[in-house]
Each structure stands twice: as C-alpha cells, then as structure tokens.
Design a protein around this ligand. Structure first.
Ligand SMILES: [Zn+2]
Length: 632
C-alpha cells in the first residue's frame, strides 16, 4: 500500500516537472498541485424543479505543499457552502468564490484553504439548464406515465452537475447515494449496491429529512475503478432490466425492453471476442441502457453502463456494431484515456479500429471488410467539407492551446486507418501483441500522442523499421488528408454493387431487377451513400415502392433514403415527420433539417415541423438545429 502510494506521488511529481500536469485548456483545475482520488455524491433529484442538490465530497492527494487554494470546475452550479475536514476529524467551513462565467468553460470555484485538507465537501444544486442533464416530461417517454432524466458528461459537461476537476487527466473512484421519486429506477456508471432501493422509512433518516423524502427512495452506487470525470453518468426513469449473459444486462423503458433484449443478445460474444484480442475486461459488468429517442448521440461509453440510442434497434441486429464500438471503449478511452481533448484520436481512432476487429470476430471477414470500406469512403468524402488545418489527427501546438483542436469526426476513421496500416504491414501476430501491450501498460492512465509515438517506436518500429518511415508517420499524425500510401479496402461484394448502382442510375438496370432482396444493411448504406444528387425523384419513388425504404426499421437506411429524397424532390413527408418527431440523434436530425431548408419547396413545412419537434429534442440537438435555421 505504502509503496504504491509513494510510487504514485513520485510519478505525479515527474509529470509535474515535465510541465504536463495542468495542461488541459478546458479545465481550471490545478492538477499539478492536487488531485482528486475519490468522489462521494449525496444528491436528491427534484423532477419539479429539474435540479440535483446535495453535496460532493472530494478526497484529495496534495502534490504541492505550498498550495493554499483548491480550484474546481463548475457550470451554472449554485454553491451553498464549502467544508474542509480538519486533521481532528471535524468539518469546518471554508470561504470560496466563483469567477465570472466563461461561455465554454463555466466558472472556476476557488476555495481558500488555511491548511491542506484530506477531504472537501461542497453543498450545491444544479441549474435547470445544466448542460449535462436532460429532464424529460412524462409525455416525452414511451409510457407517458413518468418523467425521465439522463446525463451526457462528455466532454466538459460533468461540471454542470458536480463541482470537480473536470479534465480527463485526473482519475478517481466514486460512490453515490441518489434520492429519487419512488417508482423510478436510478442507474449510474457504477455498481449498484442493491437492485431495489431503500425506501425513506427503511433508511432511518432524521425526521425532517424523512418528511422531505416522503415518496422517495435512495439508491447507492460504488465505482471501484478510477475514471475520468467525463465518464460520470446518471439516469433516472421508468426502467426495466433484462439479463443478457453472465455479466451483461440491458435496461430500457418497459415498452422497449423486449426489442432491446433481442437486439443485444450477442453482447457476451462481443465481450469474449474483445477479451481474446486485448486482454481481460476490467470493469466486471457490461450493462447497457437504451435511452428515450431524444438521446442526442449514438452511444456513450459510460463504464459498466453504456448509454445507447434506441435508433440502433433495427429489429434484425444489423446495427449492433454501435455496441461493438462502445464496448471497445472499455479498452481504448475508458482504460487508456486521452489526457486532454487534443489527443481525442487516442480514444476514438483506437476504438474504431478495435470495433472492426470485434465485428470481424463475430460476423466474419467479409462483413468487416465492407464495414471498413464504407468507413473509409465516408472519411474520404468528408474531407471536402473540413478545412485542411483541421484534418490532422493531432496538432503540434502545445497541449495548453485550446484553439487548435482537429476535426472531431475525422479522427475516428483516420486514426483507425493508421492502426490498420500498421497492422497490415507488421502482420497480426506482431501488431495484436503490440496493441494489447499498449492497453496493458497504460491501463487506468491518461495518455498523450507523444507517449503513443515513443511506445510505437520502442515496441514496433525499432524492430520493424520497414513498417513505416518517420515521414509517413508524420503525415498520418500531423498532416491533412489521408496519406497517398494508404490502402483503400475494396470488398468484392461492394464492387458488384457499385456496378449495379451505376447501371440503375443510368436507367439500364430497372429497379425491379436490382438484386437487393438479400442485401444486408451495410450494402444498402453503401448503395444509398452514392445516389445523392444523382437519382431522380421518379427513381427514388420506384425504390421506395419496391423495397419500402421510407418505412425501413433500420434508421441508418431510412436516414440516407430521406436525405436523397429531399434533395431529389421526392416527397416523403409522412414517414419523415414521424421520424423527426421521434428521433433526436444529432447525426440524423441536423443534416435532414439542413437538406429540407435547402429545398425551397420544403422550407415552410420544415419550419412548422421543427416548432413541434424542438421541445422533444435534447438541448444539444436543439442548439445544432437552431443554427441551421439561422443560416441565410
Ligand atoms: Zn466512441
């Protein structure tokens, strides 16, 4: 124990000397001086006022004996009081101040310290407009009976519901007691200590607390593995649970639980496949929570409890690569974490690479190859709309520089492509050992690109210099575009499909003769990816009549079909309206509104539809769509 502690202090001191210890430009925290080791939360959820209130208790490791201020990140938090734990074990109040708010970073909370306390307690409540939290009215849920609340802390929204050092460079364990209305289930990115909560009566609360807590229940959680703040997560709602395997279950609204359990039946196979490649799963359980449709993103890799969009439930398990992606984060991202958001590709590029490997294990090499080709083609197509200086995986600027982040979308496929290139040239025997070593040697650490490069040299390139020259590595990491030397995947099945698509677009292959009945979702996605602006309204109508695309259960297919239809002038208003009123995932919603607004015939209709749909969307989605409407 002691040795471990000394070693930790020594490592932190070395990091501090190297000037890396408080480099995150998106955080006010001075983690070169002090680091959070553990967080305890005691919070009550108020669905009437849309707030969480209570206290956060931080256990601190002091690195700089001269420091006399503790700086925490907050956003819109109301701070009631702050207490410090004296060496005698008594709590004493501390004075504090909040800086003026910054639009992006929120407000620094500065706590004055007469001594360096081992623990600090901050009593606070969140704002109804907290950027991490969406509070939903009963009518926004499937049953319409109960309200729902969920969080999305990535990248810097955790500070809007907990005062803390909100940087991926700091990891901590956490425990929580969450009080919520009876009848609702509370879930967190942590082990739930009970499957059913203690009622107010069972908790032996003080009389005044008992009165306040009438009709409520408390849930306790513990997270034993240290996590960065962006992986803190909470959800409260009418949720049912179905066991999927020995270490996995799914939670969803009652009306969706059966479909969710069917869709996610392969989860244990996925965990085993990833373990065979990259070593043991270190988070004990892998549960999933299927959120209401307003969840603004595809999935969020909250440890022990992935949050997923219901749009991945296609009815035929055709979109479960989204789960493979979130599961892959259990190694890349959650276990080995980018130390600031500048190094985001270390989370997402690695995860996209691991995802394709897991897909290959489960669904075979041909499907994996198609997946990869679609990913690479979409990356190439996206380059046209990304400024060259944003196309690098990472910039050479100092970590402290906030203005120079690269494109958040491109780093997923481009980072994966770099790893794929290394794998193809080094061979799997060598590369798989290399990548597993990266995860093992950096487990529960936060890392920078420079550390990856030196690991790469020492563990791969020194022995196999022919795999990649310095100049080529430089091009992948720091230069725009995809290096000319990159191998582009070419699946024979997709090549055949390309020929059929061209013939169909030219009118030489009638719609009725398209051999599409046996196509898997990926083949449809590939087909639809390249008809935008080329297919006529009449062709789209034929396609719809024959293959029922506008009403497909697969949202990746309907989304692409709607997009091409809007551009070609084939009206799909009824299904599109139903889609936009039930799906709040930004990836689908934002481009669809953009396309509608670009089509003069659809503008007024889109405006009326958005007025109806906007209240159903997450604040993050609202703000992105609002921007589309503000464009001239
Ligand atoms: Zn991801």
């Amino acid at each position: 124990m002691l040795l471990k502690k000394t070693l930790r202090a020594l490592l932190l001191a070395v990091a501090s000397l190297m000037g890396l210890a408080h480099a995150d430009p998106l955080s006010y925290a001075r983690y070169d001086q002090v680091r959070t080791r553990d967080l305890q939360l005691d919070l009550s959820a108020d669905f009437g006022r849309h707030t969480l209130s209570g206290y956060a208790e931080l256990s601190l490791d002091w690195l700089d004996s001269k420091a006399r201020t503790l700086v925490l990140d907050t956003s819109e938090l109301q701070i009631a009081r702050v207490q410090l734990l004296q060496p005698s074990g008594r709590w004493q109040s501390a004075s504090f101040m909040l800086d003026r708010p910054d639009a992006e970073k929120g407000r620094a909370l500065r706590i004055a310290l007469p001594f360096q306390p081992k623990k600090v307690r901050i009593y606070y409540s969140t704002a109804a407009s907290a950027s991490a939290l969406q509070w939903m009215a009963p009518r926004q849920t499937m049953s319409g009976k109960h309200p729902f609340m969920f969080s999305q802390s990535q990248e810097i929204n955790a500070r809007s519901w907990v005062p803390l050092q909100d940087t991926p460079a700091v990891r901590f364990t956490y425990s929580a007691r969450i009080t919520a209305p009876q009848g609702l289930r509370v879930l967190m990115s942590a082990a739930s200590e009970t499957d059913a909560p203690a009622t107010a009566a069972q908790q032996k609360l003080q009389p005044q607390t008992k009165a306040a807590a009438a009709g409520s229940a408390s849930w306790k959680f513990h997270m034993a593995q240290p996590i960065p703040s962006y992986l803190l997560a909470i959800a409260i709602g009418e949720l049912e649970k179905r066991t999927l395997g020995p270490r996995s279950a799914v939670y969803a609204e009652p009306a969706r639980i059966e479909a969710a359990a069917y869709e996610l039946a392969d989860t244990e196979k996925m965990i085993s496949a990833a373990e065979a490649l990259y070593g043991p799963y270190r988070w004990e359980r892998y549960d999933m929570l299927v959120l209401p449709p307003s969840f603004p993103i595809g999935g969020m890799e909250n440890p022990r409890l992935t949050f997923v969009t219901p749009t991945m439930i296609a009815g035929d398990r055709s979109l479960v690569d989204l789960i493979a992606h979130e599961l892959a984060h259990s190694w890349s991202g959650n276990l080995v974490t980018n130390s600031t958001w500048k190094h985001f590709w270390l989370n997402e590029g690695f995860t996209n690479y691991v995802t394709t490997r897991v897909v290959e294990q489960l669904y075979g090499a041909e499907v994996a190859k198609m997946n990869l080709q679609v990913e690479q083609e979409e990356a190439m197509a996206s380059l046209a709309s990304i400024a060259p200086q944003k196309q690098a995986l990472v910039t050479r600027d100092a970590d402290t520089s906030a203005a120079t982040y690269t494109d958040g979308g491109l780093v997923y496929p481009k980072g994966a492509w770099l790893l794929r290139t290394l794998e193809q040239r080094a061979g799997r025997a060598v590369f798989d050992r290399f990548l597993r070593g990266w995860f093992d040697q950096h487990a529960f650490q936060s890392v920078r690109t420079e550390e990856f490069v030196s690991y790469l040299r020492k563990n791969l390139l020194d022995a196999h210099p022919e795999v990649m020259t310095d100049a080529e590595l430089d091009a992948w990491l720091y230069q725009p575009g995809i290096p000319a030397s990159a191998r582009h995947e070419a699946s024979p099945r997709l090549a055949a499909l390309d020929a059929q698509r061209s013939a169909w677009l030219q009118g030489t292959l009638p719609t009725a003769e398209l051999p599409a009945t046996g196509w898997i979702a990926l083949e449809w996605m590939h087909f639809l990816n390249d008809i935008d602006g080329k297919a006529s309204a009449a062709q789209l109508q034929e396609l719809d009549q024959r293959f029922k695309l506008a009403s497909s259960g697969n949202n990746e297919i309907t989304y692409r079909f709607y997009l091409s239809s809007i551009k070609a002038g084939y009206q799909v208003r009824a299904p599109l309206q139903a889609f936009l009123l039930s799906v709040g995932r930004q990836k689908f919603v934002v481009p669809l509104y953009a396309a509608l607004l670009n089509n003069p015939a659809e503008r007024a209709w889109a405006q009326a539809l958005y007025a109806q749909a906007r209240p159903l969307y997450h604040p993050v989605t609202q703000s992105s769509v609002d921007k589309q409407f503000k464009k001239p």
